[in-house]
Design a protein around this ligand. Structure first.
Ligand code: SF4
Length: 369
């Protein structure tokens, strides 16, 4: 990955600091860009009279904004880099700084995958009714189709999405794909998302039943895994850093779903649960946690509410409960559960374990709206 091709748009921040005559500013930088943080601090300090404090704790999203603890340090403004504004109030004035990457890969490598996925979408569309009438036993066997059952198809359009540093290219890619015969939709999601085509690891709200398959512009499998778990639709990936194309295989998704089902089963006999509440402003789902506690108690079991800023095995494994329900970042349960000594499940999975929801009717991805 060529980091020099990332563009950091610091001009607006520098203007705002000068206009407000800010003296102490906190800079928050995602993990992948932290190597360049000191360089950015130099630039801002050279161009303004502010002193910059790097908020050096791990930061994986705009859900994790620096909040009031920095106010007590005298910080007047937070500069948050590489993520977009969400529907949350951290209680601190915050400037969001765009980071874009100018990688512009050719679409040729991804076209054979897209063609195959379009055929899958067409065949699914033709048997939507049959799928709806599938028996519970059949659905249990077909994990991936069980995901698809919660989002029945009405079309076979190509949904074009990306991670934030590549979204400035998305309308150009739409034209390129239309020129080779695809009907392309750039999904527009809810209040947690700022841009057309944007997806987060916890929010794919732009999905529509007109979309039959996806192309993700970005690197890594974090967003693709969530999108396929959420929709059950085939997804191809085009990586602007390498120019490479691949697909998120259904085999991989099926493996994750089998693991999720195994964790639900292992909560069958659980008598006590730790219910995790994230303290980060954009992860805090107190009402959901309280609702889960009521459900657990309704079934004659014990539920303990545990609030944490960061969540890790060393911070919770020792509690004498049988399992944990996570209401903080949904990806902690989905991506990291193997790191924990006890089952770590999502709220939907708890409802399945308690017999209140049916797995066979479709897996419900834990989305933060
Ligand atoms: S996936 Fe997790 S870390 Fe990323 S924005 Fe959502 S809550 Fe935050």
């Amino acid at each position: 990955m060529d980091m020099n091709r990332h563009e950091f748009q610091l001009d607006d921040l520098i203007e705002r600091i000068k206009a407000n005559d800010n003296r102490l500013v906190a800079l928050q930088v995602p993990e992948g860009l932290k190597m360049q943080a000191l360089e950015m601090m130099d630039t801002i300090e050279e161009d303004t009279s502010a002193r910059i404090i790097l908020a050096a704790d791990p930061c994986y999203g705009a859900c994790d904004l620096v909040h009031d603890k920095m106010q007590r340090m005298g910080v007047e403004l937070v500069a948050h880099m590489g993520h977009s504004q969400m529907n949350i109030d951290s209680g601190m004035p915050t400037e969001f700084i765009n980071v874009t990457y100018d990688g512009d890969p050719a679409i040729d490598p991804v076209l054979p995958i897209l063609e195959q996925h379009r055929r899958i979408a067409e065949s699914r569309l033709s048997r939507v009714e049959e799928d709806r009438q599938m028996s519970e036993e059949e659905a249990k066997e077909l994990f991936v189709d069980a995901v698809g059952r919660v989002s029945p198809l009405k079309g076979t359009k190509l949904g074009l999405v990306g991670s934030i540093q590549h979204l400035h290219l998305i309308f150009e890619y739409k034209e390129r794909l239309e020129a080779v015969g695809y009907e392309v939709e750039i999904p527009v999601g809810g209040a947690r998302l700022s841009f057309p085509g944007q997806v987060l690891g916890c929010n794919y709200s732009g999905d529509s039943d007109e979309i039959g398959h996806y192309l993700f512009l970005g690197s890594g499998d974090f967003h693709p895994i969530g999108l396929v778990l959420h929709t059950g639709k085939p997804l191809a990936m085009l990586d602007p850093y390498t120019g490479g194309a691949e697909e998120m295989s259904f085999g991989r998704i099926e493996k994750i779903l089998r693991q999720r089902f195994g964790l639900i089963m292992s909560c069958d006999e659980a008598k006590s649960f730790g219910i995790l509440i994230g303290e980060k402003p954009g992860q805090m789902r107190r009402n959901l946690a309280l609702r889960m506690k009521r459900k657990i108690e309704k079934h004659g079991k014990k539920g303990y509410l545990l609030a944490l800023e960061h969540i890790g095995p060393e911070l919770i494994d020792f509690y004498p409960v049988d399992a944990f329900v996570n209401t903080a970042c949904p990806r902690i349960a989905i991506d990291d559960s193997v790191r924990y000594a006890k089952p770590l499940i999502t709220p939907f999975e708890l409802e399945v374990a308690l017999g209140e929801k049916k797995w066979e009717l479709g897996y419900k991805f834990d989305e933060i709206p």
